[in-house]
Design a protein around this ligand. Sequence first.
Ligand code: ADP
Ligand code: MG
Length: 238
Amino acid sequence: GLSADAYCRRHEITVTGDNVIQPFTSFEATGFPSELLREMRQAGFSAPTPIQAQSWPIAIQGRDIVAIAKTGSGKTLGYLVPSFILMKQRRNHNPRLGPTVLVLSPTRELATQIQDEAVKFGKSSRISCTCLYGGAPKGPQLRDLDRGVDIVVATPGRLNDILEMKRVSLHQVSYLVLDEADRMLDMGFEPQIRKIVKEVPSRRQTLMYTATWPKEVRRIAADLLVNPVQVNIGNVDE
Ligand code: ADP
Ligand code: MG
Protein backbone atom coordinates (compact mmCIF):
# COMPACT_ATOMS: atom_id res chain seq x y z
CA GLY A 1 0.00 0.00 0.00
CA LEU A 2 0.82 3.68 -0.09
CA SER A 3 2.82 5.27 2.70
CA ALA A 4 0.75 7.47 5.02
CA ASP A 5 2.31 10.62 3.54
CA ALA A 6 1.64 9.55 -0.04
CA TYR A 7 -1.93 8.59 0.89
CA CYS A 8 -2.54 12.02 2.43
CA ARG A 9 -1.08 13.80 -0.61
CA ARG A 10 -3.12 11.75 -3.04
CA HIS A 11 -6.37 12.36 -1.15
CA GLU A 12 -5.63 15.99 -0.21
CA ILE A 13 -5.80 15.27 3.52
CA THR A 14 -4.36 17.90 5.82
CA VAL A 15 -4.17 17.35 9.54
CA THR A 16 -3.27 19.96 12.14
CA GLY A 17 -2.96 19.51 15.88
CA ASP A 18 -0.70 17.92 18.48
CA ASN A 19 0.78 14.46 17.83
CA VAL A 20 -0.36 13.88 14.28
CA ILE A 21 -1.87 10.43 13.89
CA GLN A 22 -1.35 8.38 10.73
CA PRO A 23 -4.42 7.39 8.67
CA PHE A 24 -5.69 3.83 8.30
CA THR A 25 -5.18 3.46 4.56
CA SER A 26 -7.06 0.15 4.28
CA PHE A 27 -9.69 -1.86 6.19
CA GLU A 28 -6.99 -4.34 7.26
CA ALA A 29 -4.99 -1.54 8.87
CA THR A 30 -7.87 -0.67 11.23
CA GLY A 31 -7.76 -3.84 13.31
CA PHE A 32 -11.55 -3.49 13.69
CA PRO A 33 -13.62 -6.61 14.44
CA SER A 34 -13.92 -8.84 11.39
CA GLU A 35 -17.76 -8.86 11.51
CA LEU A 36 -17.78 -5.07 11.24
CA LEU A 37 -15.33 -5.11 8.31
CA ARG A 38 -17.43 -7.82 6.69
CA GLU A 39 -20.55 -5.65 6.95
CA MET A 40 -18.75 -2.79 5.24
CA ARG A 41 -17.41 -5.03 2.48
CA GLN A 42 -20.89 -6.50 2.00
CA ALA A 43 -22.18 -2.96 1.52
CA GLY A 44 -19.78 -2.78 -1.44
CA PHE A 45 -17.09 -0.70 0.26
CA SER A 46 -13.50 -1.69 -0.57
CA ALA A 47 -11.59 0.77 1.62
CA PRO A 48 -12.19 3.61 4.07
CA THR A 49 -12.95 6.93 2.41
CA PRO A 50 -10.25 9.57 3.13
CA ILE A 51 -12.26 11.19 5.92
CA GLN A 52 -12.79 7.77 7.52
CA ALA A 53 -9.13 6.79 7.05
CA GLN A 54 -8.04 9.87 8.95
CA SER A 55 -10.90 10.22 11.49
CA TRP A 56 -10.95 6.63 12.73
CA PRO A 57 -7.51 6.46 14.36
CA ILE A 58 -7.90 9.92 15.90
CA ALA A 59 -11.35 9.19 17.32
CA ILE A 60 -10.28 5.78 18.66
CA GLN A 61 -7.53 7.53 20.62
CA GLY A 62 -10.17 9.64 22.31
CA ARG A 63 -9.18 12.94 20.74
CA ASP A 64 -11.60 15.73 19.81
CA ILE A 65 -11.90 16.26 16.06
CA VAL A 66 -13.02 18.98 13.69
CA ALA A 67 -13.46 17.37 10.29
CA ILE A 68 -14.13 19.47 7.22
CA ALA A 69 -15.13 17.50 4.16
CA LYS A 70 -17.71 17.91 1.45
CA THR A 71 -21.06 16.14 1.28
CA GLY A 72 -20.91 12.52 0.17
CA SER A 73 -17.46 11.87 1.59
CA GLY A 74 -18.54 9.24 4.14
CA LYS A 75 -18.56 11.38 7.27
CA THR A 76 -21.35 9.38 8.95
CA LEU A 77 -19.33 6.20 9.34
CA GLY A 78 -16.33 8.45 10.02
CA TYR A 79 -17.79 9.15 13.46
CA LEU A 80 -20.12 6.16 13.98
CA VAL A 81 -17.58 3.36 13.59
CA PRO A 82 -15.20 4.65 16.31
CA SER A 83 -18.21 5.07 18.61
CA PHE A 84 -18.99 1.34 18.20
CA ILE A 85 -15.41 0.39 19.05
CA LEU A 86 -15.25 2.69 22.07
CA MET A 87 -18.64 1.52 23.36
CA LYS A 88 -17.51 -2.10 23.30
CA GLN A 89 -14.43 -1.10 25.29
CA ARG A 90 -16.47 0.71 27.95
CA ARG A 91 -19.33 -1.66 28.61
CA ASN A 92 -20.03 -0.24 32.07
CA HIS A 93 -22.90 1.98 31.06
CA ASN A 94 -26.59 1.36 31.63
CA PRO A 95 -28.60 2.12 28.46
CA ARG A 96 -31.76 2.57 30.55
CA LEU A 97 -30.20 5.58 32.22
CA GLY A 98 -29.49 7.32 28.94
CA PRO A 99 -27.30 7.12 25.84
CA THR A 100 -23.48 7.14 25.78
CA VAL A 101 -23.34 8.52 22.25
CA LEU A 102 -25.24 11.59 21.13
CA VAL A 103 -25.33 12.76 17.52
CA LEU A 104 -26.91 16.14 16.73
CA SER A 105 -28.14 16.56 13.17
CA PRO A 106 -29.94 19.47 11.48
CA THR A 107 -32.95 17.69 9.95
CA ARG A 108 -35.27 14.77 10.43
CA GLU A 109 -34.24 13.32 7.07
CA LEU A 110 -30.53 13.38 7.88
CA ALA A 111 -31.09 12.12 11.41
CA THR A 112 -33.04 9.16 10.04
CA GLN A 113 -30.26 8.36 7.56
CA ILE A 114 -27.70 8.39 10.38
CA GLN A 115 -29.87 6.06 12.45
CA ASP A 116 -30.19 3.70 9.47
CA GLU A 117 -26.38 3.53 9.14
CA ALA A 118 -25.99 3.03 12.91
CA VAL A 119 -28.47 0.15 12.87
CA LYS A 120 -26.98 -1.46 9.77
CA PHE A 121 -23.32 -1.24 10.73
CA GLY A 122 -23.80 -1.44 14.50
CA LYS A 123 -25.64 -4.75 14.40
CA SER A 124 -22.56 -6.91 14.95
CA SER A 125 -21.50 -4.66 17.84
CA ARG A 126 -25.04 -5.00 19.33
CA ILE A 127 -25.53 -1.26 19.28
CA SER A 128 -29.01 0.15 19.76
CA CYS A 129 -29.93 3.52 18.33
CA THR A 130 -32.97 5.76 18.33
CA CYS A 131 -33.87 8.95 16.58
CA LEU A 132 -35.57 12.08 17.97
CA TYR A 133 -36.96 14.71 15.60
CA GLY A 134 -39.78 17.22 15.41
CA GLY A 135 -42.93 17.06 13.32
CA ALA A 136 -43.79 13.65 14.74
CA PRO A 137 -45.51 12.58 17.97
CA LYS A 138 -43.28 12.35 21.02
CA GLY A 139 -44.90 9.20 22.45
CA PRO A 140 -43.02 6.57 20.42
CA GLN A 141 -39.74 8.46 20.83
CA LEU A 142 -40.18 8.57 24.61
CA ARG A 143 -41.02 4.87 24.68
CA ASP A 144 -37.83 4.07 22.75
CA LEU A 145 -35.81 6.13 25.24
CA ASP A 146 -37.44 4.33 28.18
CA ARG A 147 -36.47 0.97 26.69
CA GLY A 148 -32.83 2.06 26.75
CA VAL A 149 -30.44 3.02 23.94
CA ASP A 150 -26.74 3.33 23.30
CA ILE A 151 -26.92 6.00 20.59
CA VAL A 152 -29.37 8.88 20.27
CA VAL A 153 -29.48 10.78 16.99
CA ALA A 154 -31.48 13.98 17.41
CA THR A 155 -32.39 17.30 15.92
CA PRO A 156 -31.61 20.03 18.47
CA GLY A 157 -35.18 21.35 18.80
CA ARG A 158 -36.82 18.04 19.67
CA LEU A 159 -34.02 16.92 21.97
CA ASN A 160 -34.29 20.19 23.85
CA ASP A 161 -38.06 19.70 24.28
CA ILE A 162 -37.51 16.19 25.65
CA LEU A 163 -34.76 17.44 27.98
CA GLU A 164 -37.13 20.10 29.32
CA MET A 165 -39.68 17.34 30.01
CA LYS A 166 -36.91 15.52 31.91
CA ARG A 167 -37.56 12.38 29.86
CA VAL A 168 -33.93 11.81 28.89
CA SER A 169 -30.67 12.20 30.74
CA LEU A 170 -27.40 12.99 29.01
CA HIS A 171 -25.20 12.39 32.07
CA GLN A 172 -23.71 9.20 30.58
CA VAL A 173 -22.83 10.74 27.21
CA SER A 174 -19.10 10.38 26.62
CA TYR A 175 -19.07 10.83 22.82
CA LEU A 176 -20.81 13.87 21.35
CA VAL A 177 -21.05 14.47 17.61
CA LEU A 178 -22.15 17.70 15.94
CA ASP A 179 -22.89 16.60 12.40
CA GLU A 180 -23.37 19.19 9.64
CA ALA A 181 -22.43 21.86 12.17
CA ASP A 182 -22.51 24.60 9.52
CA ARG A 183 -26.09 23.74 8.54
CA MET A 184 -27.24 23.53 12.15
CA LEU A 185 -25.91 27.04 12.75
CA ASP A 186 -27.43 28.34 9.48
CA MET A 187 -30.78 26.99 10.67
CA GLY A 188 -30.48 28.95 13.92
CA PHE A 189 -29.90 25.99 16.27
CA GLU A 190 -26.97 27.52 18.14
CA PRO A 191 -28.95 28.34 21.34
CA GLN A 192 -30.44 24.82 21.48
CA ILE A 193 -27.03 23.25 20.85
CA ARG A 194 -25.47 25.22 23.67
CA LYS A 195 -28.28 24.25 26.06
CA ILE A 196 -27.93 20.58 25.15
CA VAL A 197 -24.15 20.60 25.57
CA LYS A 198 -24.58 21.98 29.10
CA GLU A 199 -26.33 18.68 29.97
CA VAL A 200 -23.41 16.58 28.70
CA PRO A 201 -20.51 15.97 31.09
CA SER A 202 -17.50 18.12 30.31
CA ARG A 203 -15.36 14.96 30.52
CA ARG A 204 -16.36 13.79 27.07
CA GLN A 205 -15.06 13.45 23.54
CA THR A 206 -16.50 15.94 21.04
CA LEU A 207 -16.44 15.53 17.26
CA MET A 208 -17.58 18.18 14.83
CA TYR A 209 -18.24 17.41 11.15
CA THR A 210 -18.89 20.21 8.71
CA ALA A 211 -18.78 20.84 4.98
CA THR A 212 -17.63 24.46 5.37
CA TRP A 213 -15.54 26.34 7.94
CA PRO A 214 -16.96 29.86 8.38
CA LYS A 215 -16.25 31.94 11.47
CA GLU A 216 -19.50 30.96 13.26
CA VAL A 217 -18.47 27.31 13.09
CA ARG A 218 -14.92 28.13 14.19
CA ARG A 219 -16.30 30.00 17.18
CA ILE A 220 -18.52 27.17 18.43
CA ALA A 221 -15.69 24.68 17.82
CA ALA A 222 -13.40 26.82 19.97
CA ASP A 223 -16.01 26.81 22.75
CA LEU A 224 -16.99 23.13 22.72
CA LEU A 225 -13.88 21.18 21.70
CA VAL A 226 -10.69 20.62 23.67
CA ASN A 227 -7.36 20.60 21.84
CA PRO A 228 -8.95 19.13 18.69
CA VAL A 229 -7.20 17.58 15.74
CA GLN A 230 -8.39 19.33 12.60
CA VAL A 231 -8.79 17.24 9.47
CA ASN A 232 -9.44 18.85 6.08
CA ILE A 233 -10.20 16.91 2.93
CA GLY A 234 -9.64 18.90 -0.25
CA ASN A 235 -10.18 22.63 -0.44
CA VAL A 236 -12.11 24.33 2.31
CA ASP A 237 -14.80 26.97 1.72
CA GLU A 238 -14.66 29.63 4.39
P1 ADP B 1 -21.42 12.69 4.13
O1 ADP B 1 -21.96 12.65 5.51
O2 ADP B 1 -19.98 13.06 4.07
O3 ADP B 1 -22.26 13.52 3.21
P2 ADP B 1 -22.27 9.92 4.03
O4 ADP B 1 -21.75 9.47 5.32
O5 ADP B 1 -23.73 10.20 3.94
O6 ADP B 1 -21.46 11.22 3.52
O7 ADP B 1 -21.83 8.86 2.92
C1 ADP B 1 -22.13 9.03 1.55
C2 ADP B 1 -22.33 7.65 0.89
O8 ADP B 1 -21.09 6.94 0.88
C3 ADP B 1 -23.31 6.78 1.63
O9 ADP B 1 -24.15 6.14 0.70
C4 ADP B 1 -22.43 5.76 2.34
O10 ADP B 1 -23.08 4.53 2.56
C5 ADP B 1 -21.27 5.63 1.38
N1 ADP B 1 -20.01 5.19 2.02
C6 ADP B 1 -19.66 5.33 3.31
N2 ADP B 1 -18.44 4.81 3.55
C7 ADP B 1 -18.01 4.31 2.37
C8 ADP B 1 -16.81 3.61 1.96
N3 ADP B 1 -15.82 3.37 2.82
N4 ADP B 1 -16.69 3.24 0.66
C9 ADP B 1 -17.70 3.52 -0.22
N5 ADP B 1 -18.85 4.16 0.10
C10 ADP B 1 -19.01 4.56 1.37
MG1 MG C 1 -23.45 13.66 6.53
